[in-house]
Design a protein around this ligand. Structure first.
Ligand SMILES: Cc1ncc(COP(=O)(O)O)c(C=O)c1O
Length: 355
């Protein structure tokens, strides 16, 4: 379905034809929207809905599929034969890039940041089953502190692979970790349109949408969607899983600029960009007590599984905000389940849930 939104940008009324941009169909959309009645009543909070982007189909699903539909369309239009991408050893993004590339007949090279584990579990196991053509492991300077300043070993490895592939007659296409902000922006603007349609059947409109925030293009896209489909009335709240609030706000503004200049829109930020970085704990992928409680609470009240790195921390943020009385009882708030479940089965995460 083509998405046409009537939106106000600055002081202009415009029709925005997002659907005219090439997109490869990879996921199953719209994803379901469910009400979390048990969770909501246990918190005594507002009506809480969950947007099940973990159920979007390909390769065990997750938020990257909405973005990859645009990235992969661009790869095909450039006649790429191989896709190169990067991420952590337990990257959900990398898993979905391999799955998407397989579906379109492309090969994948992964540059993973970290050491090769003795046994591949979680996402890495799936990368191997999905058959990434090559997997490279690169250790970042901040882990070992012995690499000359200004050089990024990940970029260097990507460059080296690109040159080798070109010399072999291949046409590589590079997808940055988390995808280009533009592709995230377009993908998650579409997600807001789905939410608005789905809540219409409850006679509701979303007052807030909450998401985990890492590369920040999901949040950037949700903000774009709020402008396009909700006149900017829907507040978008990001819960950091990796960086400081200031770094993420800068990334989100970049994602919005990127998407708006591509669409030929003027975007006047009238909406505050809201990011909380106080649910991160000691850092990316490191557990917090609140995350563990959130994962267990949602599992035990609703039978829905969250992941420990992204949605578990984001849900811990949502629960805390509800408990602090941030939302009114009659509001409809939507939590984006961005996926990431395979990460729960990685040894270093599973260990935190043993009794
Ligand atoms: C499961 C999951 N949720 C959320 C995110 C964060 O999304 P974004 O990078 O668009 O901020 C990621 C990013 O890797 C992810 O894998």
């Amino acid at each position: 379905m083509n998405a046409v939104g009537s939106a106000t940008f600055g002081n202009r009324e415009e029709e925005v034809q997002i659907g005219a941009i090439k997109r490869s169909r990879l996921g199953i959309f719209p994803t379901p929207l469910e009400e979390l009645k048990m969770l909501s009543s246990s918190l005594g909070g507002p009506r809480i809905f969950i947007k099940r982007d973990d159920l979007d189909g390909l390769g065990l699903g997750g938020n990257k599929l909405r973005k990859l539909e645009y990235a992969m369309a661009e790869a095909l239009s450039q006649r790429a034969t191989t896709v190169i991408t990067t991420g952590a050893v337990q990257s959900n993004h990398c898993r979905l890039v391999v799955a998407a590339a397989n579906k379109l007949g492309l090969k994948t090279h992964l540059v993973l940041v970290g050491e090769e584990p003795r046994i591949a579990t979680g996402n890495l196991l799936l990368d191997k089953i999905l058959g990434a053509a090559e997997i490279h492991y690169v250790v970042k300077p901040d882990a070992y502190g012995n690499i000359k300043e200004g050089s990024d070993p990940v970029d260097e490895k990507v460059q080296e692979i690109k040159e080798r592939l070109i010399s072999q007659g291949e046409k590589p296409y590079y997808i940055p970790n988390g995808c280009r902000p533009l592709h995230g922006g377009l993908g998650y603007a579409n997600c807001v349109r789905e939410i608005v349609d789905q809540l219409y059947y409850y006679d509701l409109a979303p007052s807030s949408i909450i998401t985990a925030c890492g590369s920040a293009s999901t949040q950037g896209g949700l903000l774009l969607g709020s402008r396009l489909y909700c006149q900017g009335m829907t507040q978008v709240i990001g819960i950091s899983i990796s960086h400081s609030k200031d770094q993420l706000i800068a990334r989100i503004e970049e994602a919005l600029d990127d998407a708006c200049s591509f669409l030929g829109l003027e975007y006047k930020t009238t909406q505050e960009v809201i990011v909380y970085d106080n649910y991160l704990g000691d850092g990316y992928g490191l557990p917090t007590q609140a995350m563990k409680e959130a994962v267990k609470l949602v599992g035990q009240k609703e039978g829905i599984i969250l992941d420990p790195v992204y949605t578990g921390k984001a849900m811990a943020g949502l629960i805390d905000l509800v408990r602090k009385g941030q939302f009114r009882k009659e509001e409809a708030i939507v939590f984006i389940h961005t996926g990431g479940i395979p990460g729960l089965f990685a040894e270093e995460q599973a260990i935190h849930f043993q009794r």
